[in-house]
Design a protein around this ligand. Structure first.
Ligand code: NG6
Ligand code: CA
Length: 495
């Protein structure tokens, strides 16, 4: 076979933002935040108008992206602490494992937040149950979020730059607080803070910012928030360099615009929106760096790049950083209702771009697609059949992802916080009655909880203003039973 006829599998790069809203980037309508690199990706790729993450918070969305399972299948797939056990202790097959099996080189750079270890984490030695154990050949990550301890990078199984004479201890246990707060806390020493917390986030101070959880030690290993974008970009590029001979899969999980929003100094003031706008400009720069790198290496044509976000947007997520005060006319959720944590559309409908210059024509798509479907669809694009015990909820909608069809899913389950599920069926959205506050006052987001069922005709009412449940009792009934039926089955793929 000549080199020409042996078609190499495409490289796959997932660039995954953290808390980026449907309206936060230029090609999805933002005017107050310049995002030229994402706009270029959008202009050269396929921009989905109805692309969803699996959940309105991070951990479940990421779990679903990597496993093709609905997150409600895993009881612990909810926002995790920085020392939580790996979600993969319960054996679940992952997309990177699958790609490894056909020769892909796989790497993760950035935010993990899917747990580590088996219950105990050996921060000072070899960490078990890391991304390396679930299909990644190489990994350079933060354990959880940028607002949670430990504030260190993990290079494969080890804390980067750890001085063995200054071991790290991490705890989320209030009763162990005295033992663990060798660093001051925001609660006790607010005068040491560069950015004041608003709710939560009052434990150990690292770099003048108090975080969630307690840590001590590991001083030489602490990350610098201001250089995080550069550190991760460099690691993403070096992964590409090391992997480019094989087909590769890079999961580049950005930390922006999650709190605390601390851009590199060169991005400060690049918008009028304060740190939240500025870190989105920084995020856009990161996307540009990786895209330019692929181009320089001659890899762009045969690389599938998927750009999306793990959940919808939030302004004040626990620090006083003027995000709400300086938002002005910017609508982080675009025309959608709700935001992060919410059962409404803005919780999970996110920017979703697929670029593959060799195969995908630029344009827009109205197909309903979910990150949950990437597992089956990417496998299908490389002719890799699924086993019956994997990716139970991942639909093969490859044709929609590459723009060969307008038809994505007919039915999709997503969830707000805490496995509160809802059903989308064609142009209808049904939210069952749920107990809980209507508004999360701290973050000022409508959560979608209501004693009454909610039914929205999303095609004509994208802002979910008119609850049609009373007018359409039969549809409500049917959608409720269908949701119950789907959730009772151990596999919804092909259902
Ligand atoms: C919440 C945090 C929030 C954020 C979120 C996780 C408080 C009061 N709020 O519990 O700031 O960290 O968890 O975000 O602690 S996510 O995008 O990783 O899901
Ligand atoms: Ca998130």
């Amino acid at each position: 076979m000549s080199a020409k006829s042996s078609k190499k599998h495409p490289n796959i790069v997932i660039i995954y933002a953290d808390d980026l809203g449907f309206g936060d980037v230029g090609c999805y309508g933002a005017t107050a935040i310049p995002t030229p690199n994402i706009d270029k990706l959008g202009a050269n790729g396929l921009q989905f108008q109805q692309g969803y993450s699996a959940a309105a918070t991070c951990t479940p969305a990421r779990y679903s992206l990597l496993t093709g399972s609905y997150p409600y299948r895993h009881p612990r797939a909810a926002i995790l602490s920085g020392d939580a056990p790996s979600l993969f202790v319960e054996k679940v097959k992952t997309l990177p494992q699958k790609l490894q099996s056909v020769g892909y080189k796989t790497g993760i750079v950035g935010k993990w937040h899917l747990g580590l270890g088996n219950g105990e984490i050996n921060w000072n030695g070899e960490i078990e149950q890391t991304p390396n154990d679930v299909g990644f050949d190489s990994s350079y990550i933060m354990a959880a979020t940028n607002d949670r301890v430990p504030c260190v990078y993990l290079n494969n199984r080890k804390v980067e730059n750890l001085d063995p004479s200054d071991p790290i201890f991490v705890s989320y246990n209030e009763s162990e607080r005295d033992q663990y707060n060798s660093y001051p806390t925001g609660r006790d020493s607010p005068e040491l803070l560069n950015m004041m917390y608003h709710h939560g986030h009052d434990c150990t101070i690292v770099n003048g910012v108090s975080r969630i959880g307690y840590m001590k030690g590991g001083k030489a290993a602490l990350w610098n928030d201001e250089t995080m974008c550069d550190v991760f970009v460099d690691k993403a590029k070096s992964f590409i360099d090391s992997a480019q001979k094989e087909p590769f899969f890079l999961y580049y999980a950005l930390h922006q615009p999650h709190v605390p929003r601390i851009p590199a100094p060169r991005f400060v003031g690049s918008t009028e929106l304060g740190p939240r706008g500025d870190v989105i400009v920084e995020l856009d720069w990161c996307v540009g760096e990786v895209m330019n790198h692929l181009e320089e290496k001659g890899l762009k044509e045969n690389t599938i790049v998927i750009f999306s976000s793990d959940n919808g947007p939030v302004l004040n997520d626990g620090y006083i950083d003027d995000a709400a005060e300086k938002a002005g006319d910017h609508s982080q959720a675009g025309p959608l209702r709700g935001g992060k944590y919410s059962l409404y559309e803005a919780g999970t409908r996110v920017p979703f771009i697929v670029s593959w210059p060799q195969e995908v024509k630029a344009g827009f798509s109205e197909a309903i697609v979910s990150q949950t479907d990437l597992y089956a669809s990417l496998c299908s694009l490389i002719n890799l059949p699924l086993d019956s015990d994997e990716a139970p909820d991942s639909e093969n909608i490859a044709a929609a992802f590459i723009g060969k069809s307008d038809k994505g899913r007919c039915e999709l389950i997503t969830e707000g916080a805490k496995h509160k599920t809802l059903l989308r069926q064609d142009e209808w959205v049904f939210i069952p009655p749920y107990k809980g506050p209507i508004l999360n006052k701290n973050v000022n987001i409508e959560l979608g909880n209501s004693e009454e069922p909610q039914l929205y005709h999303i095609d004509g009412d994208i802002g979910q203003q008119e609850n049609l449940a009373e007018q359409e009792p039969e549809r409500v009934q049917l959608m409720q039973s269908r949701l119950t039926e789907l959730m009772a089955s151990n596999k919804t793929r092909g259902h």
